[in-house]
Write a protein that binds this ligand. Structure first.
Ligand SMILES: *[C@@H]1O[C@H](CO)[C@@H](O)[C@H](O)[C@H]1NC(C)=O
Ligand SMILES: *[C@@H]1O[C@H](CO)[C@@H](O)[C@H](O)[C@H]1NC(C)=O
Ligand SMILES: *[C@@H]1O[C@H](CO)[C@@H](O)[C@H](O)[C@H]1NC(C)=O
Ligand SMILES: *[C@@H]1O[C@H](CO)[C@@H](O)[C@H](O)[C@H]1NC(C)=O
Ligand SMILES: *[C@@H]1O[C@H](CO)[C@@H](O)[C@H](O)[C@H]1NC(C)=O
Ligand SMILES: *[C@@H]1O[C@H](CO)[C@@H](O)[C@H](O)[C@H]1NC(C)=O
Length: 772
C-alpha cells in the first residue's frame, strides 16, 4: 500500500503535537513535497525507483562476500559492475541478505525471476507515530527492593531506537557516572553536521543515519547526521532509556523527575526518519543493529513492521517493539501486526491538567489545558467568537483584536478546527487565550502550548454550547467576557486510568486476522520526555509533552530492557509472553479498563491486546509461551510476509489460518464455522521458582462459544517444565457473529495468574464459502 500523507489537522496528525504541524505550517508551509510522489511523465525514459531485493538468510559468513554477491546479481541485470555500484543504495549483510537499489520496473522484474530471490518490493515510505507514566506503572525507582533496583535499572542493556535522530546534549543522555559501553557493543558514532563524533558518550553509545535512499532535493533540506531536528526520536529514546533527571517541568507544570523505563540502559540511535521513514533505510538500520549488538529495538513507525528484517532481528534474539498506529478508534487499523513483534496500543495515565473557565455571567466550568502553569491569569477578557468556517487561522489573523480570548463554535464536530495553528496565531497576535471545541471528550489534547501568555483550552460540545448561548445573550450585559485560571496538575485515583486513548489503532489485524493484535497497551497520552533545542521547542525547553502510540512503544521497550537485564536468557517470545500474560485489565479504581471512542466502552482485546502493561508482575510470570526462531521463520514463509507466496509451502486452501497454532500468548479465530469445532494447541514453560507447580485452567468463553481446555490441570516437575494443552472452540449460536472475547488463565494457587486474551468470530459455512 503506497504511503499517502495525511492532511494537516486530520485525526492522524492530531495524535502528535501540532508543534509539528505548526512547524510545517509556518516554517515550511507545504513547500516540502514528498520526493516519492513524482510520477512518471509521458515521454520520459522508464523511471528508476528504489526496490528492495530480499534474499532470505545470508549464505556467507563474511559480510563483504555477501555484499559482493549483491553487486554481481545487480550487475548481471544492469549490465556492468559500475552501474551496479552506482545504483545500489543499501546492502543488507549481517542479519540477513538483500539489498536496496535504484532500478527500472523491468529490471526489478528480471531480478524477481532470479534464483535465490525471495521477494522484490518497491521501497515504501512510512511515518512516525508521541513522567509520571513510569510511577503509574509501578516501576518506582526509589524502592530499594523494587524491580528497577533488582535489575540494576537496566544496566548493561542496549536499547536501539529507529527514529528521527537524537539530541545528544539532553540531560537524559548525559553519561555522568557510566562506565564504558558493554563489551559486546560493536556499533559506531557516525558523525555529520552538528553531530561530531564526540556527540556519543557512555550513555548514548552509538548513532547512525541512513540517507542513501533520499533524493538530492530532500538531502539538501535535511541535517545529514544523527541530530534530531524534529523531536520525535529524542522523545521516544528518552522515554525508553533516558536518565533520571530531577527538577524538570514544562513551564512550571508537572514539576518533578523525568526518566526512562530503564534509566541505566545505554541508548543507540538509528536515524531512519527524515520527513518520513523508508523501508529500505529501516532494513539497513535493523541489519546494522543486529551487527552492533543491541538488546531491544524500539520503533514508533507506521506499517514497516511487516518487513522481513524485523523477523530476522527477532530470530537473532532481539525483541522488537512497534507502535500500533494512531488511526483509532476505527476497527482494523492496527499496523505492525507480524506475530514476532510486540505491538503497542496507547493509554492515558492518572494525571490531568484542569483549568477553571469563568464566563462574565459567573458560570464556571472545568476543562483541561496544556498551557504553562502561569499562562491563565484569572482576569476577564472580551470573548471574540467565530463560527464554523470562520474559525481558521487566516481569518482569525485578519480579524482578531489583541487582548481578547478567541472562541470557536462549530455545529459540526466531525470537522474540527486546526487547533495548533489557531492557538499559535492567537498567541502571536497578543490574544489572551483560545477556547476551541475538541471533537472527542475524555481524551485530553496532548498539544503543548508553548506560548506563555495565551492558554489554550480544548472543550467538549456541551461547554461549547454554553459559551455560545452566553455569547448570544451576553449582548444584553455588554461585551461577552471570560477568564481562564492557571493550570493545575492532578494525579491519582481521582483521574480514572488507564483508558485506551481514542487515537490508538484497533484490531483485528487487517493483514493477519488469525493473530490477535495489538498485543499490549502502555501510556501514550501527555507523556513528558526530552526535546531538541530546535524550533518550535526553543532553547529553554528541555522536555515537552507528546502523545501517540509512538510514546507508548518506548514504554514497552524500556520495560523489556529491564526484564532482559533480569532474565538475560529469555527469548523475545518469552519476554513478550511475560509482558502479555501479566497485563492488567482493571484500572486504578478497580473497574474494568475503558476505551475511548465516539463514546467510552469497556476495552476489549482489539483495543488493548492482553491489557495494560504491568512490569512488576512481568518479572515473575510463572509460565511463558515460548516460540523458537525457526518456528517464526516457518510462519514467516507461510504468511508470505516477504512476498514469498508462490515459493511458500502453505496450503492456504486447506488451512487458511494455520497461524492459529503458533504458540502465541493470545488466540484469535476469525472463522469459527457454526457446524464445526476448532482446536488450537499451546505449550507453556514453567519459569517460576517452584519446579513442582500445579496450574489449573480458569477460562471465560467468548459469548456464543463453547470452550474446553484439555488437560485442565498442568502438573510441572523437575524435568517436566514444558507442557502442552488443547483449547477447543465450538459455536453454540447458529448465526453469523461479530467478534466475541474471552480469556484463559492458568493459576498456581499462589501469586501467578497467566492470562491470555481470546477473540473468536463465528461464520456461517455457506456464507463463508461464498465470500472466499
Ligand atoms: C459574579 O460574581 C461576583 C463576585 O461574586 C459579583 O460581584 C458579580 O456581580 C457577579 N456577576 C454576575 C453577572 O452575577
Ligand atoms: C497574518 O497577517 C499578516 C498581515 O495582517 C500577514 O503579514 C501574515 O502573513 C499573516 N500570517 C499568516 C500565517 O497568514
Ligand atoms: C461536517 O464535516 C464533515 C467533514 O468535513 C463533512 O463531511 C460533513 O458533510 C459536515 N456535516 C455538516 C452537517 O455540515
Ligand atoms: C456572538 O454574539 C455576537 C453578538 O450577538 C454575534 O454577532 C456572533 O455571531 C456570536 N458568535 C457566535 C459564534 O455565535
Ligand atoms: C525459549 O526458546 C528459546 C529458543 O528455542 C530458548 O533458547 C529459551 O531458553 C526458551 N526459554 C525461555 C525462557 O526463553
Ligand atoms: C517446499 O516443499 C518442497 C517439497 O516438499 C521442498 O523441496 C521445498 O524446499 C519447500 N520450499 C520451501 C520454500 O520451504
Amino acid at each position: 500500500m503506497p504511503y499517502t500523507c495525511a492532511p494537516l489537522g486530520s485525526l492522524a496528525d492530531m495524535t502528535r503535537l501540532s508543534a509539528k504541524s505548526l512547524l510545517l505550517l509556518f516554517l515550511l508551509h507545504f513547500s516540502l513535497q514528498s520526493p516519492w510522489s513524482h510520477g512518471l511523465q509521458p515521454g520520459e525514459p522508464e523511471a528508476r525507483k528504489i526496490y528492495i531485493v530480499y534474499l532470505g538468510e545470508r549464505r556467507h559468513e563474511d559480510p563483504e562476500l555477501v555484499t559482493e554477491s549483491h553487486h554481481d546479481m545487480l550487475a548481471s541485470v544492469l549490465g556492468s559492475k559500475e552501474d551496479a555500484l552506482s545504483s545500489i543504495v543499501y546492502s543488507y549483510k549481517h542479519g540477513f541478505s538483500g539489498f536496496a537499489a535504484r532500478m527500472t520496473e523491468s529490471q526489478a522484474r528480471k531480478i524477481r525471476g532470479m534464483p535465490g530471490v525471495v521477494s522484490v518490493r518497491e521501497n515504501q515510505i512510512r511515518r512516525v507515530h508521541t513522567t509520571r507514566s513510569w510511577d503509574f506503572l509501578g516501576l518506582d525507582y526509589k524502592q530499594p527492593n523494587g524491580l528497577l533496583a533488582k535489575s540494576s535499572f537496566g544496566d548493561g542493556i542496549i536499547i536501539g531506537v529507529l527514529d528521527s535522530g537524537i539530541t545528544p546534549e539532553s540531560p537524559s543522555f548525559s553519561d555522568a557516572g557510566y562506565g564504558p559501553p558493554p563489551s559486546k557493543w560493536k556499533g559506531i558514532c557516525q558523525a555529520g553536521p552538528s553531530f561530531p563524533a564526540s556527540s556519543c558518550n557512555r550513555k548514548l553509545i552509538g548513532a547512525r543515519w541512513y540517507a542513501d535512499d533520499l533524493d538530492d532535493e530532500t538531502r539538501a533540506q535535511e541535517v545529514l547526521s544523527p541530530r534530531d531536528s524534529n523531536g520525535h526520536g529524542t522523545h521516544t529514546s528518552s522515554t525508553a532509556g533516558g536518565n533520571i533527571v530531577h527538577d524538570v517541568s514544562f513551564m512550571g507544570l508537572v514539576a518533578g523527575t523525568v526518566r526512562g523505563g530503564a534509566p541505566r540502559a545505554r541508548v543507540a540511535m538509528y536515524k531512519v526518519c527524515w520527513q518520513s521513514c523508508s523501508d529500505a533505510a529501516q532494513m539497513k538500520a535493523m541489519d546494522d543493529a543486529i551487527h552492533d549488538g543491541v538488546d531491544v529495538l524500539s520503533l514508533s513507525i507506521g506499517s514497516a513492521g511487516e518487513n522481513p528484517a524485523a523477523m530476522h532481528v527477532v530470530a537473532h534474539g532481539i525483541p522488537v517493539v512497534y507502535s500500533a498506529g494512531n488511526e483509532g478508534p476505527i476497527a482494523q487499523t492496527v499496523e505492525n501486526s507480524s506475530p514476532w513483534l510486540l505491538t503497542v496500543a496507547a493509554t492515558t495515565i492518572d494525571r490531568a491538567f484542569p483549568v477553571v473557565v469563568t464566563l462574565g455571567n459567573n458560570e464556571t466550568f472545568v476543562a483541561q489545558s496544556f498551557s504553562s502553569k502561569d499562562s491563565g491569569d484569572d482576569q476577564f477578557y472580551e470573548i471574540q467568537s467565530y463560527q464554523d468556517e470562520e474559525c481558521n487561522y487566516r481569518h482569525i489573523n485578519e480579524t482578531m483584536k489583541a487582548g481578547s480570548i478567541i472562541f470557536c463554535f462549530t455545529s459540526n464536530f466531525s470537522s474540527p478546527p486546526d487547533y495548533g495553528s489557531i492557538s499559535y496565531m492567537v498567541a502571536m497576535k497578543g490574544g489572551r487565550g483560545t477556547i476551541l471545541p475538541y471533537y472527542h471528550d475524555g481524551v485530553l489534547l496532548q498539544e503543548t502550548n508553548i506560548f506563555k501568555n495565551a492558554p489554550w483550552v480544548p472543550i467538549d460540545y456541551e461547554m461549547s454550547y454554553k459559551i455560545y448561548q452566553y455569547n448570544i445573550s451576553g449582548i444584553k450585559h455588554g461585551k461577552p467576557m471570560a477568564k481562564i485560571s492557571a493550570t493545575r496538575t492532578t494525579i491519582g485515583s481521582s483521574v480514572s486510568a488507564p483508558k485506551v486513548a481514542v487515537f490508538s489503532s484497533r484490531g483485528p489485524s487487517p493483514s493477519y486476522p488469525g493473530i490477535l493484535k495489538p498485543d499490549i497497551a502502555a501510556p501514550g497520552v501527555s507523556i513528558l520526555a526530552a526535546a531538541p533545542k530546535t524550533p518550535p521547542f526553543g532553547k529553554d525547553i528541555l522536555y515537552h509533552f507528546d502523545s501517540g502510540t509512538s510514546m507508548a512503544c518506548p514504554h514497552v521497550a524500556g520495560a523489556v530492557a529491564v526484564l532482559k537485564s533480569l532474565h538475560p536468557e529469555w527469548s523475545p517470545a518469552a519476554l513478550k509472553s511475560a509482558i502479555m500474560t501479566t497485563a492488567l485489565t482493571y484500572d486504578n479504581n478497580g473497574f474494568p479498563i475503558q476505551a475511548d471512542g465516539k463514546t467510552s466502552k469497556l476495552a476489549d482485546p482489539f483495543d488493548y491486546g492482553a491489557g495494560s502493561i504491568n512490569p512488576n508482575m512481568a518479572a515473575d510470570p510463572g509460565l511463558i509461551y515460548n516460540i523458537s526462531a525457526s518456528e517464526y521463520l516457518k510462519f514467516f514463509k507461510c504468511m508470505g510476509t516477504g512476498g514469498l507466496g508462490a515459493h511458500g509451502n502453505c496450503s492456504v486452501g486447506k488451512s487458511p489460518y494455520v497461524v492459529a497454532d503458533l504458540n502465541l500468548p493470545s488466540i484469535a479465530i476469525p472463522d469459527l464455522k457454526v457446524t464445526s469445532r476448532q482446536t488450537v494447541v499451546r505449550t507453556v514453560t514453567n519459569v517460576g521458582r517452584q519446579q513442582n507447580a500445579v496450574y489449573r485452567a480458569f477460562f471465560h468463553a467468548p459469548a456464543g462459544v463453547k470452550m474446553a481446555v484439555e488437560p485442565s490441570v498442568l502438573a510441572f516437575s523437575r524435568g517436566r517444565s514444558v507442557l502442552s494443552f488443547r483449547v477447543t472452540f465450538e459455536a453454540t449460536r447458529k448465526v453469523q457473529g461479530d467478534y466475541m472475547f474471552g480469556s484463559l488463565a492458568w493459576h498456581d494457587g499462589g501469586s501467578h495468574w497467566v492470562r491470555i486474551p481470546i477473540a473468536v468470530r463465528t461464520v456461517i459455512e455457506e456464507f463463508y464459502s461464498n465470500i472466499y
